[in-house]
Structures are given as C-alpha cells and as structure tokens.
Design a protein around this ligand. Structure first.
Ligand SMILES: CC(C)(COP(=O)(O)OP(=O)(O)OC[C@H]1O[C@@H](n2cnc3c(N)ncnc32)[C@H](O)[C@@H]1OP(=O)(O)O)[C@@H](O)C(=O)NCCC(=O)NCCS
Length: 237
C-alpha cells in the first residue's frame, strides 16, 4: 500500500518490482495478493503487473435487529426432518468427556479444511487448532453447535461473540463429506441464528467465497446480505 497523498508518483510500481525480484531470487513461482472489489485504480494497477483475478471473497451480514427469524417455514422444518432421520443437534457444552469431544471435533473440522475452495493452509495439529481454530476470542462451548449421528460428530457450526459490537460471527461451519447435501449445514446455521437471537445479538456475520457454492446457497437462503468484498489476485512469475 501507498499513502493516499503519495500515490501517482511511481512508489507502488517500484515496490512491486522489488517484491517480484525478491520473490524470484527466493525461488517463488507465484505471488498472491488481495484488492478491494470496488477499488478500480488498484485493480488496474495489479493487472498491469500481471496479476489475474482468481476469486472474490466478502463478508455477509444477517441483520437480527428485528429480533425475529427470517427463515422460511420450509427451511425451518429441515431440523425436525433431520431429527426424524436420527441426527441430533447439541452444543459442545453438552458433550462429555469434554476432551474426547474436542478430539473428535478436531478430526472433523481439520478433515474438512481441504474442501474449502481456495484453502492454502496446513491442517492444524490439535493444540494449534484449539487455540487458533476453536477457542478464539468470543468462543463459548455453548456456542459450538454440533450435529451428531450415533453420538459421532458429523457437523459443526461455531459462532463467536463480539462483546464490543454486540454481534456474532460464524467462525466455521462444516459437515462431514458423507453427510453433505442433506440440509445439515442449513439446519446448523438456522440453530446458530436462533442462538444469536436468544443471546440478543444485533447481527450475524460470515465470510463468503465466490467458489464455495454450497455455503453461498445456504447463506443466501437464510437472508445474509453481501458487504464490500476483496479479489484474490495471482501472478505467475
Ligand atoms: C459447505 C458445507 C458446510 C455444506 O454442507 P451441506 O450439509 O452439504 O449443505 P446443505 O445440505 O445444508 O445444503 C443446503 C443447500 O445448499 C445447496 N448446496 C449444498 N452444496 C452445494 C454445492 N456444492 N453446490 C451447489 N449447491 C449446494 C444444497 O443444494 C441445498 O439446497 P437444497 O436443499 O435446496 O438442495 C459443506 O460442503 C462443507 O463442510 N464444506 C467444507 C467446509 C466449508 O467450506 N465451510 C464453509 C466455509 S468456511
């Protein structure tokens, strides 16, 4: 980035050249970066330097100020249908022994990371996942909604609370591969909305990726509205 008042003087172009040379010297074959989707000038800049748009990501927000659930009756019925099929919905606080439950959630969550379109990280070992994946600021075991089949966790929706804004954020939602396409993510997110309403949250936020068709379908159906987003841009060296 270049300070607004210093733009148009070639500083950004100079920094880009130095970065590119440094990356090449260190054996890199690709550079990735991010640009706001409404920043035409910066988009034109990165294109000039050989970057191409790979995907768009943005946050979506569900306004809960009315205090009422906006899901359709048909979508709300999905929870009952799944319960009839033998799926149970509990919170992490209901599961014991806690250590065993955490180990199972770790396996389930980290096993699904590779299915997130655009995921570039490593699978986190248990201790790292506890700290960076699950028990982040605003976490509470009561806010981790778990779908169980035969007492085995098969889906998770972890919502965290932002005490400063009074809102909540979807930290992570996933469903085990063999249980996808049955409405389990929809049910988990509906239960998260109900939880947020019970706790008096003003909104629920989530991150979206243009290539995650499944999650987008769920969020749109539940009434999440897209905010300003960012393009991930990639340059091959
Ligand atoms: C995204 C994810 C949670 C969806 O779970 P799921 O239980 O299969 O989703 P649901 O069955 O509740 O789907 C609800 C709706 O979304 C649609 N949908 C689901 N996956 C879809 C896909 N790949 N493409 C298009 N639509 C899809 C379904 O058709 C369904 O609508 P319908 O009932 O009218 O057919 C699951 O694929 C997953 O765990 N992915 C890896 C983790 C991830 O990407 N998490 C979110 C980002 S952090």
């Amino acid at each position: 980035m270049v300070l607004k008042r210093e733009r148009g003087k070639g500083i950004g172009a100079g920094l880009s050249r130095i970065t590119r040379d440094w990356a090449l010297q260190n054996g890199a074959d690709t550079i990735m970066s991010e640009v706001w989707d409404d920043d035409e000038r910066s988009l034109a800049f990165v294109r000039r330097f050989g970057f191409e748009t790979e995907r768009r990501s943005w946050q979506s927000v569900l306004d809960l100020a009315s205090g009422e659930e906006s899901a359709s009756a048909a979508d709300a019925a999905v929870i009952e249908r799944l319960e009839d099929e033998g799926i149970r919905f509990v919170s992490l606080a209901d599961l014991s022994p806690a250590e065993d439950a955490l180990r199972q959630l770790h396996a389930l969550e980290t096993g699904t990371y590779v299915d997130i379109p655009g995921f570039t990280g490593d699978t986190m070992p248990y201790g790292d996942w506890l700290k960076w994946g699950l028990q982040v600021e605003g976490y509470a075991p009561e806010r981790v909604i778990v779908a169980l089949n035969d007492d085995q966790p098969i889906g998770i929706c972890n919502v965290i609370r932002n005490d400063e804004t009074g809102g909540m954020y979807h930290q992570y939602t996933c469903v085990a591969k063999e249980y996808r396409g049955r409405g389990i993510a929809l049910a988990l997110k509906l239960l998260a909305i109900r939880l947020a309403l019970r706790e008096g949250a003003g909104y629920l936020r989530t991150d979206n990726d243009s290539m995650n068709a499944g999650m987008l379908a769920v969020n749109r159906r539940l009434g999440y509205k897209a905010l300003r987003g960012r393009y991930r841009v990639v340059a091959k060296l």
